[in-house]
Design a binder for this molecule. Sequence first.
Ligand code: F6P
Length: 353
Amino acid sequence: MKIGILTSGGDCAGLNAVMQGFVKTITLSNSKVEIYGIANGYGGLISGEYKVLKPEEFYDILKLGGTILGTSRQSYKKIIQKNENDKAARMKENYKKMGLDVLIILGGQGTHKTAAFLASEGLNIIALPKTIDNDVFGTDFTFGFHTAVSVATECIDRVETTAASHGRIMLVEIMGNKVGWLALYAGIASSADVILIPEIPYNIESVINAAKLAKKQKGYCIIVAAEGAIDKEDALFAQKNRMQKRIENIKMTASNKIAKAIEEKLGVETRVTVPGYIQRGGSPNAYDRVICMQMGSFAAELAKGRKYGVTVALNNGKMTYNSLASIAGKAKSVSLNHEMIRMAKDTGISFGE
Ligand code: F6P
């Protein structure tokens, strides 16, 4: 059996752990398996950058951050474009050249869209849901998410002690451009006063009032804002125009805009901290290590059963799968009546509404 593996899109903790779970399960029960490691995600599948790797190269990488295969972002639109540079055709050609029985794809929402396309073009695909954003449809959690929550929470906790020392208002910008799962979980875990996420457009006056209240009650305030947090006015613009506006105001991110408005209105020192890529780097935490091994091993069982055109999912604590066609192009965002939102509101957290 010939198996290709690639990791695609923004990295996260746990990519290597999933590959260890997959390769160990498939190779320990079948010595005739050949593993092709494809470099830099779909980029390597397009350019033909791949090589046969020894199974042992995957056997002890569970704790390693990043991805031993490398990754890249490849636009879905460009992949399906029919022109002289036909990327989809080159991907299919390289799949054939390797003589693959199945291609294992580790990636997030965008990656799944391309995976579904390749499956519809006749390639045997099994995907796995990664990303710190937790926005892949049809799975309770993506791997990498819980590690990012732990890292973001620790960053916010550290910011909190200095906020308390100085009596400041501190805003921590957490990754998540389109969805706010990470900011929501890390905000709750760090007992933030205000959480701002893209799904709930904020009103700057409400944010200022919440900050004023926290400052009065405990002497400082912690605001956790997703990088894609958006005010009610901007939310009226179409997504495309919002992106354009953001590019034009590159020096004034949402977090800086909010901090400036608070400082001007309340006259309290307000600082911004951006943990950025720290949230994606490093070793997976214990929870992720376990679900990564489970997901990787489950994908191997799917491969053994020749169950293709699917992606692994976690449903109420159990491993399962969804068809790629059923989840492609859909994002799992935070619904306004999600129990986490209700609980956060019930416990006094403001969403700046
Ligand atoms: O997909 C994960 C993510 O970290 C998002 O939270 C963030 O908006 C984006 O990737 C950053 O992308 P890049 O790695 O291309 O800067």
